[in-house]
Design a protein around this ligand. Structure first.
Ligand SMILES: [Zn+2]
Length: 572
Protein backbone atom coordinates (compact mmCIF):
# COMPACT_ATOMS: atom_id res chain seq x y z
CA UNK A 1 0.00 0.00 0.00
CA UNK A 2 2.88 2.40 0.65
CA UNK A 3 4.49 2.49 -2.77
CA UNK A 4 1.53 3.60 -4.86
CA UNK A 5 0.97 6.29 -2.28
CA UNK A 6 4.42 7.79 -2.95
CA UNK A 7 3.79 7.66 -6.71
CA UNK A 8 0.50 9.34 -6.18
CA UNK A 9 2.14 12.14 -4.21
CA UNK A 10 4.68 12.69 -7.02
CA UNK A 11 1.89 12.77 -9.61
CA UNK A 12 -0.07 15.17 -7.49
CA UNK A 13 2.94 17.45 -7.14
CA UNK A 14 3.58 17.33 -10.91
CA UNK A 15 0.01 18.18 -11.77
CA UNK A 16 0.03 20.95 -9.20
CA UNK A 17 3.11 22.41 -10.93
CA UNK A 18 1.49 22.37 -14.36
CA UNK A 19 -1.67 23.84 -12.88
CA UNK A 20 0.45 26.63 -11.45
CA UNK A 21 2.10 27.51 -14.77
CA UNK A 22 -1.25 27.38 -16.54
CA UNK A 23 -2.58 29.66 -13.87
CA UNK A 24 0.13 32.27 -14.36
CA UNK A 25 -0.61 32.42 -18.09
CA UNK A 26 -4.29 32.91 -17.29
CA UNK A 27 -3.34 35.59 -14.76
CA UNK A 28 -1.31 37.43 -17.38
CA UNK A 29 -4.13 37.39 -19.96
CA UNK A 30 -6.53 38.49 -17.32
CA UNK A 31 -4.22 41.34 -16.35
CA UNK A 32 -4.09 42.64 -19.93
CA UNK A 33 -7.85 42.43 -20.43
CA UNK A 34 -8.32 44.08 -17.04
CA UNK A 35 -6.30 47.10 -18.19
CA UNK A 36 -8.22 47.28 -21.49
CA UNK A 37 -11.47 47.09 -19.61
CA UNK A 38 -10.54 49.87 -17.21
CA UNK A 39 -9.56 52.06 -20.15
CA UNK A 40 -12.87 51.32 -21.86
CA UNK A 41 -14.86 52.13 -18.73
CA UNK A 42 -12.99 55.43 -18.32
CA UNK A 43 -13.74 56.56 -21.88
CA UNK A 44 -17.39 55.47 -21.54
CA UNK A 45 -17.68 57.55 -18.38
CA UNK A 46 -16.37 60.55 -20.33
CA UNK A 47 -18.75 59.85 -23.25
CA UNK A 48 -21.72 59.73 -20.84
CA UNK A 49 -20.61 62.98 -19.22
CA UNK A 50 -20.38 64.71 -22.62
CA UNK A 51 -23.95 63.59 -23.41
CA UNK A 52 -25.17 64.80 -20.03
CA UNK A 53 -26.17 61.25 -19.00
CA UNK A 54 -25.32 59.00 -16.07
CA UNK A 55 -22.66 56.32 -16.45
CA UNK A 56 -22.95 52.75 -15.17
CA UNK A 57 -20.24 50.08 -14.84
CA UNK A 58 -22.28 46.97 -15.56
CA UNK A 59 -19.30 44.80 -14.61
CA UNK A 60 -19.77 45.92 -11.03
CA UNK A 61 -23.55 45.91 -10.95
CA UNK A 62 -25.41 42.84 -9.71
CA UNK A 63 -28.03 41.97 -12.31
CA UNK A 64 -31.44 40.63 -11.45
CA UNK A 65 -33.35 38.35 -13.79
CA UNK A 66 -36.66 39.91 -12.77
CA UNK A 67 -35.50 43.32 -14.03
CA UNK A 68 -33.82 41.95 -17.16
CA UNK A 69 -37.06 40.31 -18.17
CA UNK A 70 -38.71 43.72 -18.59
CA UNK A 71 -37.20 43.52 -22.08
CA UNK A 72 -37.17 40.33 -24.15
CA UNK A 73 -33.68 38.87 -24.54
CA UNK A 74 -33.71 39.23 -28.36
CA UNK A 75 -34.77 42.89 -28.14
CA UNK A 76 -32.18 43.59 -25.47
CA UNK A 77 -29.54 42.07 -27.73
CA UNK A 78 -30.52 44.01 -30.85
CA UNK A 79 -31.12 47.30 -29.09
CA UNK A 80 -28.07 46.95 -26.77
CA UNK A 81 -30.18 47.84 -23.75
CA UNK A 82 -30.15 46.34 -20.22
CA UNK A 83 -32.78 47.10 -17.54
CA UNK A 84 -30.89 46.92 -14.25
CA UNK A 85 -33.09 48.52 -11.61
CA UNK A 86 -36.74 49.04 -10.92
CA UNK A 87 -38.93 50.54 -8.21
CA UNK A 88 -42.61 50.40 -9.10
CA UNK A 89 -43.03 52.06 -12.49
CA UNK A 90 -39.59 53.67 -12.43
CA UNK A 91 -36.89 51.74 -14.24
CA UNK A 92 -33.25 52.32 -14.97
CA UNK A 93 -31.70 51.02 -18.16
CA UNK A 94 -28.13 50.85 -19.39
CA UNK A 95 -27.55 51.47 -23.09
CA UNK A 96 -24.49 51.40 -25.30
CA UNK A 97 -25.65 54.28 -27.50
CA UNK A 98 -28.79 56.25 -26.63
CA UNK A 99 -28.95 57.66 -30.16
CA UNK A 100 -29.14 54.29 -31.96
CA UNK A 101 -32.55 53.87 -33.66
CA UNK A 102 -33.14 50.35 -32.21
CA UNK A 103 -32.32 51.61 -28.72
CA UNK A 104 -34.66 54.58 -29.06
CA UNK A 105 -37.43 52.25 -30.22
CA UNK A 106 -36.95 49.97 -27.18
CA UNK A 107 -37.03 52.93 -24.79
CA UNK A 108 -40.16 54.31 -26.46
CA UNK A 109 -42.00 51.04 -26.12
CA UNK A 110 -41.14 50.92 -22.39
CA UNK A 111 -42.52 54.45 -22.02
CA UNK A 112 -45.66 53.40 -23.89
CA UNK A 113 -46.12 50.66 -21.29
CA UNK A 114 -46.22 53.41 -18.69
CA UNK A 115 -42.65 53.16 -17.36
CA UNK A 116 -40.62 56.16 -16.33
CA UNK A 117 -37.25 55.36 -17.94
CA UNK A 118 -33.96 56.63 -16.59
CA UNK A 119 -31.05 56.18 -19.03
CA UNK A 120 -27.42 55.41 -18.18
CA UNK A 121 -24.57 54.75 -20.57
CA UNK A 122 -22.51 51.54 -20.34
CA UNK A 123 -19.42 50.31 -22.16
CA UNK A 124 -19.49 47.80 -25.03
CA UNK A 125 -17.95 45.14 -22.74
CA UNK A 126 -20.40 45.97 -19.98
CA UNK A 127 -23.36 45.44 -22.31
CA UNK A 128 -21.75 42.26 -23.69
CA UNK A 129 -21.25 40.83 -20.19
CA UNK A 130 -24.79 41.65 -19.17
CA UNK A 131 -26.21 40.06 -22.33
CA UNK A 132 -24.12 36.96 -21.70
CA UNK A 133 -25.47 36.79 -18.16
CA UNK A 134 -29.02 37.29 -19.41
CA UNK A 135 -28.59 34.53 -22.00
CA UNK A 136 -27.13 32.13 -19.45
CA UNK A 137 -29.79 32.94 -16.89
CA UNK A 138 -32.45 32.12 -19.47
CA UNK A 139 -30.81 28.82 -20.28
CA UNK A 140 -30.42 28.03 -16.58
CA UNK A 141 -34.07 28.81 -16.05
CA UNK A 142 -35.02 26.45 -18.86
CA UNK A 143 -32.72 23.79 -17.39
CA UNK A 144 -34.50 23.92 -14.05
CA UNK A 145 -37.83 23.53 -15.77
CA UNK A 146 -36.51 20.47 -17.58
CA UNK A 147 -35.29 18.98 -14.32
CA UNK A 148 -38.64 19.52 -12.72
CA UNK A 149 -40.37 18.00 -15.73
CA UNK A 150 -42.31 21.13 -16.54
CA UNK A 151 -42.81 21.53 -20.26
CA UNK A 152 -44.24 24.43 -22.24
CA UNK A 153 -47.74 23.19 -21.50
CA UNK A 154 -47.47 23.59 -17.76
CA UNK A 155 -45.86 27.01 -18.16
CA UNK A 156 -48.91 27.98 -20.21
CA UNK A 157 -51.04 26.66 -17.38
CA UNK A 158 -49.42 28.78 -14.73
CA UNK A 159 -49.67 31.84 -16.91
CA UNK A 160 -53.37 31.10 -17.12
CA UNK A 161 -53.51 30.75 -13.36
CA UNK A 162 -51.72 34.05 -12.95
CA UNK A 163 -54.17 35.67 -15.36
CA UNK A 164 -56.93 34.22 -13.20
CA UNK A 165 -55.19 35.77 -10.20
CA UNK A 166 -55.57 39.30 -11.46
CA UNK A 167 -59.30 38.59 -11.75
CA UNK A 168 -59.01 37.38 -8.21
CA UNK A 169 -58.14 40.82 -6.88
CA UNK A 170 -61.72 41.84 -7.73
CA UNK A 171 -63.11 38.74 -6.07
CA UNK A 172 -61.21 39.52 -2.86
CA UNK A 173 -63.47 42.52 -2.38
CA UNK A 174 -66.53 40.32 -2.05
CA UNK A 175 -65.34 37.57 0.33
CA UNK A 176 -64.06 37.40 3.91
CA UNK A 177 -60.35 37.80 4.69
CA UNK A 178 -60.18 34.16 5.78
CA UNK A 179 -61.61 32.97 2.47
CA UNK A 180 -59.40 35.47 0.65
CA UNK A 181 -56.16 34.19 2.17
CA UNK A 182 -57.17 30.61 1.47
CA UNK A 183 -57.97 31.46 -2.14
CA UNK A 184 -54.60 33.17 -2.56
CA UNK A 185 -52.75 30.16 -1.09
CA UNK A 186 -54.62 27.58 -3.14
CA UNK A 187 -54.23 29.54 -6.36
CA UNK A 188 -50.51 30.03 -5.69
CA UNK A 189 -50.13 26.28 -5.11
CA UNK A 190 -51.81 25.65 -8.47
CA UNK A 191 -49.23 27.83 -10.18
CA UNK A 192 -46.47 25.73 -8.63
CA UNK A 193 -45.24 28.68 -6.56
CA UNK A 194 -42.91 28.05 -3.62
CA UNK A 195 -43.71 31.30 -1.85
CA UNK A 196 -45.91 34.40 -1.90
CA UNK A 197 -44.51 37.89 -1.37
CA UNK A 198 -46.85 40.65 -0.24
CA UNK A 199 -45.19 44.00 -0.97
CA UNK A 200 -47.04 47.16 0.02
CA UNK A 201 -46.22 50.22 -2.07
CA UNK A 202 -47.49 53.75 -1.74
CA UNK A 203 -50.73 53.38 -3.68
CA UNK A 204 -51.22 49.64 -3.92
CA UNK A 205 -49.94 46.26 -2.70
CA UNK A 206 -48.06 44.00 -5.09
CA UNK A 207 -48.42 40.24 -4.62
CA UNK A 208 -45.69 38.20 -6.23
CA UNK A 209 -45.17 34.45 -6.60
CA UNK A 210 -41.86 32.64 -6.73
CA UNK A 211 -42.07 29.91 -9.34
CA UNK A 212 -38.97 27.77 -10.02
CA UNK A 213 -36.91 30.29 -8.11
CA UNK A 214 -38.07 33.32 -10.04
CA UNK A 215 -40.51 35.97 -8.79
CA UNK A 216 -43.55 36.69 -10.95
CA UNK A 217 -46.07 39.43 -10.35
CA UNK A 218 -49.39 37.82 -9.49
CA UNK A 219 -51.78 40.64 -8.69
CA UNK A 220 -52.25 44.07 -7.22
CA UNK A 221 -54.44 44.63 -4.19
CA UNK A 222 -56.00 47.75 -2.75
CA UNK A 223 -54.65 48.82 0.64
CA UNK A 224 -58.09 48.53 2.25
CA UNK A 225 -58.33 44.85 1.21
CA UNK A 226 -54.72 44.19 2.20
CA UNK A 227 -55.36 45.55 5.68
CA UNK A 228 -57.73 42.64 6.31
CA UNK A 229 -55.61 40.03 4.51
CA UNK A 230 -52.51 41.01 6.49
CA UNK A 231 -54.44 40.83 9.76
CA UNK A 232 -55.63 37.36 8.73
CA UNK A 233 -52.05 36.25 7.95
CA UNK A 234 -50.87 37.47 11.36
CA UNK A 235 -53.82 35.92 13.15
CA UNK A 236 -53.39 32.53 11.39
CA UNK A 237 -49.65 32.41 12.00
CA UNK A 238 -50.02 33.44 15.64
CA UNK A 239 -48.10 36.69 15.32
CA UNK A 240 -48.82 39.57 17.67
CA UNK A 241 -51.56 41.57 15.96
CA UNK A 242 -50.80 44.90 17.59
CA UNK A 243 -47.06 44.74 16.86
CA UNK A 244 -46.39 46.34 13.49
CA UNK A 245 -42.99 47.96 13.80
CA UNK A 246 -40.73 44.94 14.29
CA UNK A 247 -40.22 41.82 12.13
CA UNK A 248 -42.08 38.68 13.27
CA UNK A 249 -42.07 34.98 12.35
CA UNK A 250 -44.87 32.47 12.41
CA UNK A 251 -46.52 29.47 10.81
CA UNK A 252 -49.93 28.38 9.62
CA UNK A 253 -51.28 25.68 7.37
CA UNK A 254 -54.02 25.12 4.82
CA UNK A 255 -55.39 22.14 2.93
CA UNK A 256 -54.66 21.60 -0.74
CA UNK A 257 -55.61 18.43 -2.65
CA UNK A 258 -56.36 16.72 0.66
CA UNK A 259 -52.84 17.50 1.84
CA UNK A 260 -51.95 19.74 4.70
CA UNK A 261 -49.48 22.38 3.52
CA UNK A 262 -47.38 24.19 6.12
CA UNK A 263 -46.59 27.87 5.56
CA UNK A 264 -43.64 29.63 7.13
CA UNK A 265 -44.34 33.35 7.45
CA UNK A 266 -42.05 36.29 8.12
CA UNK A 267 -43.07 39.92 8.34
CA UNK A 268 -41.01 43.07 7.82
CA UNK A 269 -42.24 46.61 8.53
CA UNK A 270 -42.14 48.99 5.54
CA UNK A 271 -43.18 52.64 5.19
CA UNK A 272 -46.46 51.52 3.56
CA UNK A 273 -47.38 48.68 5.88
CA UNK A 274 -46.08 45.26 6.78
CA UNK A 275 -44.57 43.13 4.05
CA UNK A 276 -44.95 39.34 4.29
CA UNK A 277 -43.12 36.41 2.77
CA UNK A 278 -45.12 33.18 3.03
CA UNK A 279 -43.14 30.09 2.13
CA UNK A 280 -44.88 26.79 1.41
CA UNK A 281 -43.32 23.75 3.06
CA UNK A 282 -44.38 21.23 0.47
CA UNK A 283 -41.40 18.92 0.31
CA UNK A 284 -42.53 15.36 1.03
CA UNK A 285 -39.26 14.46 2.62
CA UNK A 286 -37.67 17.57 4.00
CA UNK A 287 -33.90 17.42 4.27
CA UNK A 288 -32.93 15.68 7.48
CA UNK A 289 -31.67 17.46 10.55
CA UNK A 290 -28.04 17.11 11.61
CA UNK A 291 -28.78 14.79 14.53
CA UNK A 292 -30.82 12.35 12.46
CA UNK A 293 -27.92 12.21 9.98
CA UNK A 294 -25.73 11.07 12.87
CA UNK A 295 -23.85 14.22 13.93
CA UNK A 296 -23.33 14.31 17.69
CA UNK A 297 -21.88 16.45 20.48
CA UNK A 298 -19.09 18.74 19.32
CA UNK A 299 -19.76 18.02 15.62
CA UNK A 300 -23.39 19.00 16.11
CA UNK A 301 -22.42 22.18 17.93
CA UNK A 302 -19.94 23.13 15.22
CA UNK A 303 -22.56 22.63 12.48
CA UNK A 304 -25.10 24.70 14.34
CA UNK A 305 -22.49 27.45 14.55
CA UNK A 306 -21.85 27.13 10.81
CA UNK A 307 -25.54 27.88 10.17
CA UNK A 308 -25.10 31.28 11.82
CA UNK A 309 -22.05 32.57 9.93
CA UNK A 310 -22.44 35.69 7.80
CA UNK A 311 -19.75 34.89 5.25
CA UNK A 312 -16.98 32.38 4.56
CA UNK A 313 -16.30 29.08 2.86
CA UNK A 314 -17.64 25.81 4.24
CA UNK A 315 -16.20 22.71 2.59
CA UNK A 316 -17.42 19.12 2.91
CA UNK A 317 -14.90 16.47 1.94
CA UNK A 318 -14.85 12.74 1.45
CA UNK A 319 -15.09 10.18 -1.34
CA UNK A 320 -18.18 9.83 -3.56
CA UNK A 321 -21.06 8.37 -1.61
CA UNK A 322 -19.92 9.71 1.76
CA UNK A 323 -23.03 11.88 2.14
CA UNK A 324 -21.27 15.24 1.62
CA UNK A 325 -24.08 16.84 -0.35
CA UNK A 326 -26.73 15.60 2.08
CA UNK A 327 -24.87 17.47 4.82
CA UNK A 328 -24.65 20.61 2.68
CA UNK A 329 -28.36 20.36 1.87
CA UNK A 330 -29.10 20.09 5.60
CA UNK A 331 -27.04 23.27 6.19
CA UNK A 332 -28.83 25.07 3.35
CA UNK A 333 -32.18 23.98 4.72
CA UNK A 334 -31.33 25.62 8.02
CA UNK A 335 -30.06 28.81 6.38
CA UNK A 336 -32.92 28.97 3.88
CA UNK A 337 -35.09 31.64 5.45
CA UNK A 338 -37.23 33.89 3.26
CA UNK A 339 -34.81 36.80 3.79
CA UNK A 340 -31.84 34.82 2.49
CA UNK A 341 -31.27 34.39 -1.21
CA UNK A 342 -29.83 30.94 -1.86
CA UNK A 343 -28.51 29.87 -5.26
CA UNK A 344 -26.97 26.53 -6.10
CA UNK A 345 -24.85 25.31 -8.98
CA UNK A 346 -25.02 21.55 -9.22
CA UNK A 347 -23.99 18.66 -11.42
CA UNK A 348 -26.71 17.44 -11.56
CA UNK A 349 -29.44 19.11 -9.48
CA UNK A 350 -30.06 16.37 -6.91
CA UNK A 351 -33.45 17.39 -5.64
CA UNK A 352 -35.54 20.53 -5.73
CA UNK A 353 -35.54 22.66 -2.56
CA UNK A 354 -38.34 25.18 -2.20
CA UNK A 355 -37.28 28.81 -2.18
CA UNK A 356 -33.85 28.05 -3.63
CA UNK A 357 -32.71 28.92 -7.15
CA UNK A 358 -30.98 25.80 -8.44
CA UNK A 359 -29.07 25.54 -11.66
CA UNK A 360 -27.23 22.79 -13.43
CA UNK A 361 -23.81 23.11 -14.97
CA UNK A 362 -23.21 22.13 -18.57
CA UNK A 363 -19.50 21.82 -19.26
CA UNK A 364 -19.97 21.09 -22.95
CA UNK A 365 -21.45 24.54 -23.38
CA UNK A 366 -18.70 26.09 -21.28
CA UNK A 367 -21.07 26.58 -18.36
CA UNK A 368 -18.73 25.08 -15.77
CA UNK A 369 -18.42 25.61 -12.02
CA UNK A 370 -15.98 28.51 -12.36
CA UNK A 371 -17.89 30.72 -14.80
CA UNK A 372 -21.22 29.50 -13.50
CA UNK A 373 -20.22 30.74 -10.06
CA UNK A 374 -19.21 34.09 -11.48
CA UNK A 375 -22.58 34.44 -13.23
CA UNK A 376 -24.36 33.31 -10.08
CA UNK A 377 -22.57 35.85 -7.89
CA UNK A 378 -23.89 38.69 -10.01
CA UNK A 379 -27.33 37.78 -8.72
CA UNK A 380 -25.89 38.70 -5.34
CA UNK A 381 -26.96 35.66 -3.31
CA UNK A 382 -26.41 35.47 0.44
CA UNK A 383 -25.55 31.80 0.12
CA UNK A 384 -24.08 30.01 -2.87
CA UNK A 385 -23.71 26.24 -3.05
CA UNK A 386 -21.28 24.87 -5.56
CA UNK A 387 -21.32 21.16 -6.39
CA UNK A 388 -17.56 20.72 -6.33
CA UNK A 389 -14.27 22.61 -6.39
CA UNK A 390 -12.21 20.88 -9.06
CA UNK A 391 -9.75 23.51 -10.24
CA UNK A 392 -7.88 26.64 -9.25
CA UNK A 393 -10.22 28.98 -11.09
CA UNK A 394 -13.24 27.70 -9.18
CA UNK A 395 -11.32 27.75 -5.88
CA UNK A 396 -10.25 31.36 -6.51
CA UNK A 397 -13.75 32.54 -7.38
CA UNK A 398 -15.20 30.72 -4.36
CA UNK A 399 -12.61 32.22 -1.98
CA UNK A 400 -13.13 35.68 -3.49
CA UNK A 401 -16.88 35.37 -2.99
CA UNK A 402 -16.38 34.31 0.62
CA UNK A 403 -14.11 37.29 1.17
CA UNK A 404 -16.68 39.71 -0.24
CA UNK A 405 -19.39 38.74 2.20
CA UNK A 406 -21.02 35.62 0.74
CA UNK A 407 -21.40 32.19 2.28
CA UNK A 408 -20.01 29.59 -0.10
CA UNK A 409 -20.66 25.87 0.42
CA UNK A 410 -18.86 23.27 -1.64
CA UNK A 411 -17.25 19.85 -1.69
CA UNK A 412 -13.73 18.60 -2.34
CA UNK A 413 -12.09 15.19 -2.57
CA UNK A 414 -9.66 14.79 0.33
CA UNK A 415 -9.20 12.03 2.89
CA UNK A 416 -9.30 14.07 6.06
CA UNK A 417 -10.52 17.52 7.03
CA UNK A 418 -7.08 19.06 7.62
CA UNK A 419 -5.70 17.69 4.33
CA UNK A 420 -8.06 20.10 2.57
CA UNK A 421 -5.70 22.96 3.42
CA UNK A 422 -2.60 21.57 1.61
CA UNK A 423 -4.92 20.39 -1.18
CA UNK A 424 -6.06 23.99 -1.80
CA UNK A 425 -2.45 25.18 -1.61
CA UNK A 426 -1.45 22.53 -4.16
CA UNK A 427 -4.23 23.67 -6.45
CA UNK A 428 -2.49 27.07 -6.45
CA UNK A 429 -4.75 29.00 -4.09
CA UNK A 430 -2.42 31.33 -2.16
CA UNK A 431 -2.43 30.96 1.68
CA UNK A 432 -3.33 34.65 2.03
CA UNK A 433 -6.64 33.85 0.33
CA UNK A 434 -7.27 30.56 2.13
CA UNK A 435 -6.71 31.82 5.67
CA UNK A 436 -9.33 34.58 5.76
CA UNK A 437 -11.93 32.89 3.52
CA UNK A 438 -12.07 29.34 4.91
CA UNK A 439 -14.48 28.95 7.84
CA UNK A 440 -15.11 25.24 8.39
CA UNK A 441 -14.09 21.89 6.92
CA UNK A 442 -16.29 18.85 7.37
CA UNK A 443 -14.81 15.46 6.49
CA UNK A 444 -17.20 12.53 6.65
CA UNK A 445 -17.94 8.88 5.88
CA UNK A 446 -21.12 6.84 6.12
CA UNK A 447 -21.32 3.66 8.20
CA UNK A 448 -24.28 1.30 8.34
CA UNK A 449 -26.51 1.44 11.40
CA UNK A 450 -27.10 -1.88 13.16
CA UNK A 451 -30.62 -3.24 12.76
CA UNK A 452 -32.54 -2.49 15.95
CA UNK A 453 -34.77 -5.55 15.43
CA UNK A 454 -32.13 -8.28 15.44
CA UNK A 455 -28.89 -6.91 16.90
CA UNK A 456 -27.80 -8.04 20.35
CA UNK A 457 -25.44 -6.45 22.85
CA UNK A 458 -22.49 -8.69 23.64
CA UNK A 459 -19.24 -8.42 25.52
CA UNK A 460 -16.08 -7.19 23.82
CA UNK A 461 -13.25 -9.55 22.98
CA UNK A 462 -9.84 -8.89 24.55
CA UNK A 463 -8.46 -7.46 21.30
CA UNK A 464 -11.45 -5.16 20.88
CA UNK A 465 -10.97 -3.94 24.44
CA UNK A 466 -7.38 -3.11 23.59
CA UNK A 467 -8.33 -1.22 20.44
CA UNK A 468 -10.82 0.84 22.41
CA UNK A 469 -8.30 1.51 25.15
CA UNK A 470 -5.69 2.69 22.63
CA UNK A 471 -8.08 5.15 21.07
CA UNK A 472 -9.33 6.47 24.39
CA UNK A 473 -5.82 6.75 25.86
CA UNK A 474 -4.70 8.68 22.83
CA UNK A 475 -7.62 11.08 23.23
CA UNK A 476 -6.84 11.46 26.90
CA UNK A 477 -3.24 12.31 26.03
CA UNK A 478 -4.35 15.27 23.95
CA UNK A 479 -6.45 16.22 26.95
CA UNK A 480 -9.81 15.76 25.38
CA UNK A 481 -12.96 16.17 27.38
CA UNK A 482 -14.99 13.93 25.08
CA UNK A 483 -13.18 10.79 26.30
CA UNK A 484 -15.50 7.93 27.14
CA UNK A 485 -14.97 4.73 29.10
CA UNK A 486 -14.27 1.51 27.24
CA UNK A 487 -17.79 0.01 26.89
CA UNK A 488 -18.65 -3.33 28.45
CA UNK A 489 -20.81 -4.44 25.57
CA UNK A 490 -21.12 -3.62 21.88
CA UNK A 491 -23.73 -4.45 19.23
CA UNK A 492 -23.40 -7.69 17.23
CA UNK A 493 -25.34 -8.09 14.02
CA UNK A 494 -27.40 -11.11 13.12
CA UNK A 495 -29.90 -10.47 10.30
CA UNK A 496 -33.68 -10.69 10.11
CA UNK A 497 -36.50 -10.02 7.63
CA UNK A 498 -36.64 -6.37 8.61
CA UNK A 499 -33.03 -5.80 7.47
CA UNK A 500 -33.04 -8.25 4.54
CA UNK A 501 -30.69 -10.50 6.56
CA UNK A 502 -27.88 -7.93 6.41
CA UNK A 503 -27.93 -7.06 10.11
CA UNK A 504 -27.89 -3.38 9.24
CA UNK A 505 -30.59 -0.85 8.51
CA UNK A 506 -30.02 2.79 7.55
CA UNK A 507 -26.80 4.76 7.70
CA UNK A 508 -25.06 7.21 9.96
CA UNK A 509 -22.33 9.81 9.58
CA UNK A 510 -18.83 9.62 11.02
CA UNK A 511 -17.51 13.14 11.00
CA UNK A 512 -14.46 15.23 11.75
CA UNK A 513 -15.03 18.96 11.70
CA UNK A 514 -12.34 21.60 11.77
CA UNK A 515 -13.25 25.18 12.54
CA UNK A 516 -10.56 27.49 11.18
CA UNK A 517 -9.63 29.47 14.28
CA UNK A 518 -7.05 32.24 14.63
CA UNK A 519 -4.22 29.81 15.39
CA UNK A 520 -4.92 27.69 12.30
CA UNK A 521 -5.26 30.84 10.17
CA UNK A 522 -1.80 31.94 11.32
CA UNK A 523 -0.38 28.50 10.51
CA UNK A 524 -1.91 28.59 7.03
CA UNK A 525 -0.36 32.02 6.40
CA UNK A 526 3.03 30.68 7.53
CA UNK A 527 2.76 27.76 5.12
CA UNK A 528 3.06 25.36 8.10
CA UNK A 529 3.34 21.61 7.74
CA UNK A 530 0.42 19.20 7.84
CA UNK A 531 1.70 17.92 11.20
CA UNK A 532 1.57 21.39 12.76
CA UNK A 533 -1.90 21.98 11.34
CA UNK A 534 -3.12 18.69 12.80
CA UNK A 535 -1.57 19.55 16.19
CA UNK A 536 -3.37 22.89 16.26
CA UNK A 537 -6.69 21.35 15.23
CA UNK A 538 -6.28 18.68 17.93
CA UNK A 539 -5.62 21.36 20.50
CA UNK A 540 -8.86 23.04 19.43
CA UNK A 541 -10.77 19.83 20.04
CA UNK A 542 -10.70 17.92 16.74
CA UNK A 543 -12.10 14.39 16.93
CA UNK A 544 -11.19 12.22 13.96
CA UNK A 545 -13.75 10.26 11.96
CA UNK A 546 -12.34 7.06 13.39
CA UNK A 547 -12.66 8.27 16.97
CA UNK A 548 -16.19 9.42 16.22
CA UNK A 549 -16.75 5.86 14.96
CA UNK A 550 -15.53 4.40 18.26
CA UNK A 551 -17.93 6.67 20.18
CA UNK A 552 -20.77 5.39 18.01
CA UNK A 553 -19.74 1.76 18.49
CA UNK A 554 -19.72 2.42 22.25
CA UNK A 555 -23.31 3.62 21.94
CA UNK A 556 -24.31 0.42 20.11
CA UNK A 557 -25.17 2.31 16.90
CA UNK A 558 -22.71 0.59 14.58
CA UNK A 559 -19.88 -1.96 14.65
CA UNK A 560 -16.09 -1.78 14.66
CA UNK A 561 -16.08 -3.63 11.31
CA UNK A 562 -18.04 -0.76 9.79
CA UNK A 563 -15.75 1.86 11.30
CA UNK A 564 -12.66 0.11 9.92
CA UNK A 565 -14.32 -0.42 6.55
CA UNK A 566 -14.82 3.30 5.93
CA UNK A 567 -11.87 4.89 7.73
CA UNK A 568 -8.27 4.46 6.76
CA UNK A 569 -6.90 1.89 9.19
CA UNK A 570 -3.31 3.03 8.82
CA UNK A 571 -4.46 6.43 10.06
CA UNK A 572 -4.15 9.63 8.07
ZN1 LIG B 1 -32.41 -7.16 11.39
Amino acid sequence: MDEPKVDQKVEEAKSAESEKSKASKVDFDRGVSQINREFQEKSTRKRAHDMGLAYIDLGRTPLNQDFLKLIEYETAKNARIIPFFRVGKKIRVAVQNPEAPETKKAIDSLRNEGYEVDISVASVSGIEDALKFYGEAQQKYRKIELVKGAGKESIGTYEKEIAALSELSKKLETITAEEGLNLLDVTAMKTGASDIHYEPEEKTVIVRFRIDGVLHKGLEMKHEIYKNISKQIKYSSKMQLNVITIPQDGRYSFVFNERKIGVRVSSIPTPYGESFVCRFLVSEDEPKGFDSLGFQDSALKKLEKVCKISHGMVLATGPTGSGKSTTLYAIINKMNTPENKVITLEDPVEYPISGVTQSQIDEKRGYDFANGLRALLRQDPDIAMLGEIRDLETAQTAAQAALTGHIVLSTLHTNSAIETIPRLVNMGLPPFMIAPSLDTIIAQRLVRRVCSKCSTMEELSESEKKEFKDVMDNLEKINHNAVVEVPEKVARVKGCDACSQTGYSGRLVLAEIVTIDEEIKALILNDSSLVDLIKAARKAGLITMREDGFFKVAQGLTTLEEVYRVTNVSGT
